[in-house]
Write a protein that binds this ligand. Structure first.
Ligand code: SF4
Ligand code: SF4
Length: 171
């Protein structure tokens, strides 16, 4: 039966925010089929996502890596019993269309866990290898940057605040 996507997510592809439809339905399908995190799954994800969205041919590698990373996070949250939830909109925009979320520079992060312990919104999580990553970018409170200020290595960054001002004023 063909997929009937209704979900929308914004993910980061090669450092740029990209909005995609149908990711939740595709992830659910592959997870139910027991698809592991491997190259063939990345190719299958790219094919299915490409049926619902335009993927520039020259950027297929970046999209495949980003979507596979998103699928990994999805599987981790599902395994932990924390499935993706519906979020409140911001200024009339679906939360997933608002590009406000932390990015962790893994080359600067020492895994001290301060951000993880501080943020009560479940934005950060830890991989088995001890590295901290952003598991719930759209659970971040729009406009908050408190965790960036407490990171002693300045490993956490946010988009320019001007982005929010322009969105709020319809520019
Ligand atoms: S507070 Fe900074 S250094 Fe510590 S885990 Fe978070 S990102 Fe890494
Ligand atoms: S900015 Fe605030 S809400 Fe967002 S991840 Fe950091 S502490 Fe959590």
């Amino acid at each position: 039966m063909p997929l009937q996507p209704s979900s929308y997510r914004q993910i980061t592809v090669a450092g740029f925010p990209v909005g995609l439809t149908g990711l939740d339905e595709i992830f659910q399908l592959l997870r139910q089929a027991g698809r592991a995190l491997e190259d063939s799954t990345g190719a299958e994800l790219l094919r299915l996502v490409g049926e619902q969205n335009y993927i520039p041919p020259a950027a297929e590698g970046d999209y495949r890596a980003a979507i596979l990373q998103e699928y990994e996070t999805y599987c981790e949250l599902e395994s932990a019993g924390k499935p993706a939830k519906k979020r409140e909109s911001w200024q009339g925009f679906p939360r997933e269309q608002v590009p406000w979320f932390p990015t962790v520079d893994e080359t600067s992060c020492d895994g001290c866990d301060k951000c993880l312990e501080f943020c009560s919104h479940g934005v950060f999580a830890k991989r088995e290898d001890g590295t901290v990553f952003v598991a719930g970018p759209y659970d971040c409170v729009v406009g908050c940057d408190a965790c960036a200020r407490l990171c002693r290595h300045k490993a956490i960054t946010f988009p320019p605040r001007m982005t929010l001002m322009l969105m709020a004023h319809g520019k």
